[in-house]
Write a protein that binds this ligand. Structure first.
Ligand code: SAH
Length: 234
């Protein structure tokens, strides 16, 4: 089956699974996922699975990318912050839907590769940096939307809550152990925040500080802990 036929099959699967936002589906159709994964996995680019990338990290499952993006309710006036650039794929999807994406990654080699891919694809509205995303990007705050693509333990990092504009939405996976992780949607209101639990997921952990030659953590090499894999089969 050609990549194009596989892509069409994936889009149909996403629609069936509840992705109804046509702007999100169109972004997934337009961004070549094969560009963001190692060549040996190209034939699996349009399977609905998470795949390994460098530094023991993963590119999320398409259904999880689509669900998180749909839940973020992005429009073309929004300034969006992403924590966990990884392959750059989620950032590329967001770039089709919002005004500007700011994306932070703690692994320098991953960011270098992601930036090269985004340049090759002529995506011009993404600004990236190597830093600890748990601190947010204060110089660019506030953000209309924030999306975290690695799992926080129990609470969202305080700086991210502070850097969200009033009416802004934060999408973040949280859960201390990998069998009970969920995506949460946190909305900043005038005086407080509302929180909704969305779907079960398995993400690699959100870790502090910039990575410096760190050994790959054991649970990051466990194939069951792939970024954005659904925690259940259906
Ligand atoms: N959005 C990515 C998914 C990457 S997996 C994609 O579309 O491919 C999660 C990423 O979050 C990993 O690359 C990991 O290194 C990064 N990460 C984890 N903790 C971080 C932190 N505190 N700051 C920035 N990046 C972080």
């Amino acid at each position: 089956m050609s990549l194009l036929a596989r892509k069409i099959r994936l889009i149909m699967k996403l629609r069936k699974a509840g992705i109804t936002d046509t702007a999100v589906l169109s972004a997934i159709e337009r961004v070549p996922r094969e560009t963001f994964i190692p060549p040996m996995f190209h034939d699996q680019a349009y399977e609905d699975i998470a795949l390994p990338i460098d530094c023991g990290q993963t590119i999320s499952q398409p259904l999880v990318v689509a669900s998180m993006t749909q839940s973020l309710q992005v429009n073309d006036r929004h300034k969006v912050l992403e924590i966990g650039t990884g392959s750059g794929y989620q950032a590329a999807i967001l770039s089709k839907l919002c005004r500007r994406v700011y994306s932070i990654e703690r692994h320098r080699p991953l960011l270098a590769t992601a930036e090269r891919r985004l340049t090759d694809l002529k995506v011009r509205n993404i600004t990236c940096k190597v830093a600890d995303g748990m601190k947010g990007w204060p110089e660019q705050a506030p953000f209309d939307r924030i999306i975290v693509t690695a799992a926080a333990a129990a609470e969202p990092p305080e700086p991210l809550l502070e850097q969200l504009s009033i009416g802004g939405i934060l999408i973040i996976p949280m859960g201390r152990d990998k069998t009970s992780q969920f995506i949460y949607r946190i909305t900043r209101r005038e005086a407080d925040y509302s929180i909704e639990q969305l779907m079960p997921v398995r993400f690699v952990p959100l870790l502090p500080n910039v990575a410096r030659n760190e050994p790959i953590a054991e649970d990051q090499t466990d194939p069951n802990v792939l970024a954005g894999s659904f925690a259940f089969q259906n």
